[in-house]
Design a protein around this ligand. Structure first.
Ligand code: ATP
Ligand code: MG
Length: 1107
């Protein structure tokens, strides 16, 4: 859902007044009360025009969340309640959209929340500016530079647990789209005296404590440090631990931040080595040692620490030791070496520690700048954030406080200049008349300090450079002479001093009335600190160190670059850098955050009115409001003004069609606001008195209530009407639906009634028709019945008549017959008695026979000769007839069957019959032969050219031509022979050549012998003495034995008219040449299937093994 744009204003739900300009009446009390009221309601930010007053809440408030960032993003400055984000947003958008470089000046005393505010500004800008991997890295580096600098540059003071001990100005650079490109950090004068000495209740810089608490044992060992704070003279012990500060975890944060910013590991290592060296320097102690010339010379008490420092930093121990004992002064060509006494040695040691540390800090800033500097050369837009040490007043204020407070004077100066200038410029821009307003201008104090001739800094420099004995007292004397008359300078020793009797002002001090209060400065140490002298021997010793970082920190130690000119003093350096800063700030559009500290206890919820009042005074906030209100208290562009108040006038409400200015004019005239109360600028309306604005606000509030009522009324009316219309619509819908439903019901009822009536009528009609039809049908039926009856009656009558007639005729016939019979019987009675019995018997017999045959006709079995069926005999007396009839019928049908045969078939069956007679139940081979047709010529002698020779030799008809096995008479082995039977002969021929081996006339064949078994072995016995019988009888074996024997038998019978003797026996004799041999059949193995195997056992026995 799109977010609804709601135009709000800081005037909505305001606690007190959000903008002090609107404060009425305007005086110190109301000012403070307003701040207090808002502070009590957690409203820590209040505006004076575009200046943000921020009161340190000393506790975390839920007003810096990402949601808050989103809330303030792209909103107008006065649209929401005062917030540092509103100022940041305004500055960022003005930079991005109007191309104006910005600076955000955060001022306030120590602990007022400047550093926190600067971080909030940076984090807000980081959150709202562009995104992307590269941009995010830049942002992260910029943000992470803070923890590093805070660790090295911040310390706990009595005023602030995280007090910035250096000034910081950071330029964040953006490209034309508003994406951050990088940044440049400038640092201002680190309070280095803290390194060697801290006031009571304060600490050294955080990093010393962090390293000792957070570094690992291993790392500490590397740095030759011990975890115990009390081991180090430079660490103030009374407040080494700070409540709510975890040094160890902060150390990890710092290391992580250094990594993110881009410090290499060796660089980080070097930095911590220098820190460790500084810490250990404090432990070097000196003792006096008398010399021959009677002067005291300092000697290092325990060289162990020195040795470790030298190991850590790579400095030659003897060089450093000498640097702590001697001082070489070079003047022109002369070099004079003097010994240092113990005090001088301690001075040298501390100077070295301070210098090492402060130079390390500057190096860190340079190194960070190197990392975060923008990588492009395109024109950049710049937003500067200034977080400088706050104005501070301690019990003992020294050179550092003087410098710090001077800086704050300058900032106040620029604030006055810029706010006034801006205000003035606005009036001129808008064409409004401007009258000058009186306010305290601190330019006079700035002049007291920085004036080139008579300024305190100039005096100090002059004193430092002056030949002769120069002490802090001579410097004070000089001040007393030069500044005595200055109204902001106070000293007891100045000529005709007003403070001669002021005991609160010691003789060794001078007091300056700063814009923020009077500060008394101890003059002791001013000259030294301004000189910032480090003995050349020490800087040279450092330069000689085998440690790249330390070497780089002391370039002046390089003998090749020896410079006898005095380096610029600390004061003049600072003055110059502040001047540059001021110049820089003047080129930018200023945005002010004025931080106020609510109490001295660093505690939440406490609002110390006196303390706040003091700050308000010296910050000149009331004057700021007055200046802002001098001309006009409130100003606003015409468009938002018209938008806000247009409901107060009929002409402008709800819409004004015309220029906004004309609308505002009409509006103000209509409201009757006196003319002196407002002025029309070019783009803005200027309201002189806040009362007028409040009146407008009240009217608006009243009007808004009225409008709300009106809106409510209209809304309610609309709601009710809408509801009514809806209900009406609903009612119509319901009614129409109901009517429809009712009509439907009615219709259905009528329809069903109509259907009922209709069905009744139809039913009635149908029934009537049915009745008629039935009647008709009945009439027809009745007619038919009547007719039938009538016909029946007629028929019956006729039948009766016919029957009567027939009966009569029959009666006549019967009577006639009876009469005739009577007549015949009377006539033939004498003949009948002799023949009647026999005749009746014959007649009955005849009838039964007739019936028997007629029945048989229908019960006859089939004509198949093998059909064994025959009907049962009906009468016993016909038994023989019945059997005879069966026999006759069978013969008849056999004859019928035979009559179908051709001559050839007859021959075959004759042969088969012959075979049956010869072998049936005699030879076991026979049953298998029944189904085989007798073919005779198994070898096609006449067709096959192979047998041509044989065919030529035999000219008779061949009855059998078959291959047989001829058994060798001597050994019983078988040889194949062609067996031929012709009309007259039996022939055996060679199977391969067809040469006839034996030819026996049929007359010479006397007998054929064979076994009763299932074998094809047979012997052909020949007539003794015949030509063929010389070799003896033939022993043969054939698969077609039955056929061959049958055909041989039949042929022999037809030729010789003699029956061939066929002997069937399992033992018979055969003639072999002269011998008779017994052929004996035994049941043998089945090795050769059906073929018998013969074995000649001896001269008399041949064994035939049959299967
Ligand atoms: N907006 C804030 N919300 C919560 N706590 C704050 C806020 N501003 C400041 N503080 C608290 O006040 C302490 C001091 O703030 P800060 O360090 O910013 O002061 P300073 O003005 O920078 O002081 P100095 O001049 O000594 O550096 C912070 O450490 C923090 O605890
Ligand atoms: Mg600070």
């Amino acid at each position: 859902m799109a977010k609804m744009e709601v135009k709000t204003s800081l005037l909505d739900d305001m606690i007190g007044v959000g903008d002090m300009v609107l404060l009425e009446p305007l005086n110190e009390d109301s000012f403070i009360n307003n701040l207090k009221k808002r502070f009590d309601h957690n409203e820590v930010y209040t505006y004076i025009g575009s200046v943000v007053i921020s009161i340190n809440p000393y506790r975390s408030l839920p007003i810096y969340t990402p949601e808050k960032v989103e809330e303030y993003r792209n909103r107008n400055f006065y649209e929401l309640s005062p917030h540092i984000f509103a100022l940041s947003d305004e500055a960022y958008r003005s930079l991005r959209d109007q191309d104006k470089d910005q600076c955000i000046l955060i001022t306030g005393e120590s602990g007022a929340g400047k550093t926190e505010a600067s971080k909030l500004v940076m984090s807000y800008v980081a959150a709202v500016c562009g995104k992307g991997a590269e941009v995010n890295q830049v942002k992260e580096q910029l943000l992470q530079s803070n923890p590093v600098l805070e660790a090295f540059g911040n310390a706990k003071t009595v005023r602030n647990d995280n007090s910035s001990r250096f000034g910081k100005y950071m330029d964040i650079e953006f490209d034309f789209k508003g994406d951050p490109l990088g940044g440049v950090i400038s640092n201002y004068l680190l309070e280095k005296s803290r390194v060697v000495k801290q006031p009571r209740g304060e600490r050294n810089f955080h990093i010393f404590y962090q390293i000792l608490s957070g570094a690992s044992e291993e790392f500490l060992c590397k740095l030759k440090l011990e975890r115990d704070f009390s081991r180090y003279n430079y660490l103030g012990l009374d407040s080494a631990r700070v409540n709510g500060v975890d040094d160890a975890s902060n150390f990890r944060t710092v290391r992580n931040a250094m990594q993110i910013v881009g410090f290499m590991d060796h660089e980080t290592q070097s930095v911590f080595e220098v820190v460790a060296a500084v810490l250990k320097l404090g432990n070097i102690e000196f003792k006096p040692e008398s010399r021959a010339n009677g002067l005291d010379e300092s000697k290092i008490k325990d060289k162990n620490e020195l040795k470790e420092i030298c190991e850590l930093t790579g400095i030659d121990q003897s060089v450093l030791e000498r640097a702590f004992s001697f001082r070489t002064v070079e003047a022109k060509q002369e070099k004079v070496s003097t010994t240092l006494n113990v005090a001088q040695a301690y001075y040298a040691r501390d100077a070295l520690a301070k210098n090492l540390y402060s130079r390390l800090f500057s190096w860190l800033v340079t190194r960070i700048n190197e990392s975060i500097k923008a990588q492009t050369k395109v024109r950049k837009k710049v937003m500067g954030v200034l977080d400088i040490y706050g104005f501070e007043i301690f019990e003992d204020n020294s050179f550092e406080q003087f410098i710090i407070n001077y800086c704050n004077e300058k900032l106040q100066q620029i604030f006055i200049e810029l706010t006034l200038k801006e205000e003035q410029e606005e009036y001129i821009r808008e064409g409004i008349e401007w009258t000058h307003i009186e306010y305290f201008n601190n330019a006079v104090i700035c002049d007291l300090i920085e004036n080139n001739q008579t300024g305190i800094l100039a005096m100090l420099d002059e004193e430092c450079l002056r030949p002769g004995t120069v002490t802090d007292d001579t410097f004070l004397e000089k001040l007393n002479q030069v500044c005595a008359t200055h109204q902001h300078f106070e000293s007891r020793l100045s000529k005709c001093s007003r403070f001669l009797n002021d005991t609160s002002l010691p003789h060794s001090c001078f007091r300056i009335q700063h814009y923020a209060g009077k500060v008394m400065y101890q003059v002791e140490g001013f000259v030294d600190k301004n000189n910032d002298l480090l003995y050349r021997d020490l800087s040279q010793a450092m330069w000689k160190a085998n440690h790249s970082l330390i070497k780089a920190l002391f370039p002046e130690g390089n003998p090749a670059k020896i410079n006898l000119k005095r380096p610029p003093t600390a004061g003049s350096q600072f003055k110059a850098s502040v001047a540059t800063l001021m110049k820089n700030l003047q080129t930018k559009n200023p945005n002010y955050i004025r931080c106020i500290k609510p109490n001295d206890k660093k505690a939440a919820h406490i609002f110390n009115e006196a303390l706040v009042c003091h700050q308000i005074r010296y910050l000149g906030l009331l004057e700021n409001v007055r200046v802002r209100r001098a001309g006009y208290a409130f100003r606003q562009p015409y468009e938002p003004c018209l938008e806000r108040y247009k409901m107060l006038c009929k002409q402008t409400w709800p819409h004004w069609r015309g220029p906004a200015r004309a609308g505002v004019e009409v509006l103000f005239n209509e409201l009757g606001i006196p003319e002196e109360e407002f002025s029309f600028g070019r783009s803005k309306i200027f309201i002189r008195n806040p009362r007028t604005l409040f009146k407008l606000e009240d009217l608006r509030k009243q009007r808004l209530e009225d409008l709300a009522t009106l809106i409510e009324k209209i809304y309610r009316g609309w709601k009710c009407r809408t509801r009514f219309l809806l209900m009406k619509k609903c009612q119509i819908v319901i009614a129409s639906w109901y009517r429809r439903y009712a009509q439907q019901k009615k219709y259905q009822k009528i329809k069903s009634s109509a259907i009922t009536v209709q069905s009744y009528i139809r039913g009635w009609k149908a029934r009537k028709l049915l009745r008629e039809l039935k009647h008709l049908k009945r009439c027809n039926e009745a007619a038919t019945v009547i007719a039938a009856y009538w016909h029946g009656t007629q028929a019956r009558r006729e039948l009766k008549r016919l029957k009567e007639e027939a009966r009569r005729k029959h009666a006549v016939a019967v009577i006639w017959a009876f009469w005739l019979g009577l007549k015949v019987r009377r006539e033939y009675r004498k003949f009948f008695r002799a023949n009647a019995g026999r005749k009746i018997y014959e007649f009955t017999l005849q009838r039964l026979m007739q019936k028997y045959f007629l029945e048989m006709k229908t019960k006859m079995p089939s004509l198949s000769p093998i059909d064994k069926n025959w009907p049962a005999r009906p009468y016993l007396f016909l038994d023989s007839t019945h059997k005879e009839l069966k026999r006759i019928f069978h013969l008849w049908r056999c004859k019928k069957y035979r009559d179908q045969f051709t001559d050839q078939q007859k021959l075959i069956y004759e042969e088969k019959l012959e075979a049956s007679e010869l072998f049936k139940d005699k030879k076991a081979l026979y049953p298998a032969s029944v189904g085989q047709p007798f073919q005779g010529a198994y070898l096609e002698i006449s067709e096959n050219p192979k047998y041509k020779k044989l065919k030529d030799a035999v000219d008779e008809k061949i009855i059998i031509a078959e291959v047989v096995n001829k058994i060798n008479r001597a050994n019983g082995k078988a040889a194949s022979r062609i067996f031929l039977l012709t009309k007259n002969n039996v022939l055996l021929a060679d199977q391969k050549s067809g040469t006839i081996k034996s030819e026996v006339p049929l007359g010479d064949v006397t007998k054929v012998s064979m076994s009763s078994q299932n074998d094809g072995f047979f012997a052909v016995h020949l007539k003794e003495g015949s030509g063929a019988a010389t070799k003896g009888d033939f022993l043969l074996s054939s698969d077609h034995l039955i056929e061959m024997a049958t055909k041989l038998y039949r042929t022999t019978l037809s030729q010789t008219k003699q029956k061939l003797n066929i002997e069937i026996s399992d033992e018979f004799l055969v003639q072999f040449k002269q011998d008779k041999v017994c052929v004996k059949f035994i049941q043998g193995s089945q090795k050769n299937g059906n073929i018998p195997t013969c074995k000649r056992k001896n001269n008399r026995l041949l064994e035939v093994a049959v299967p």
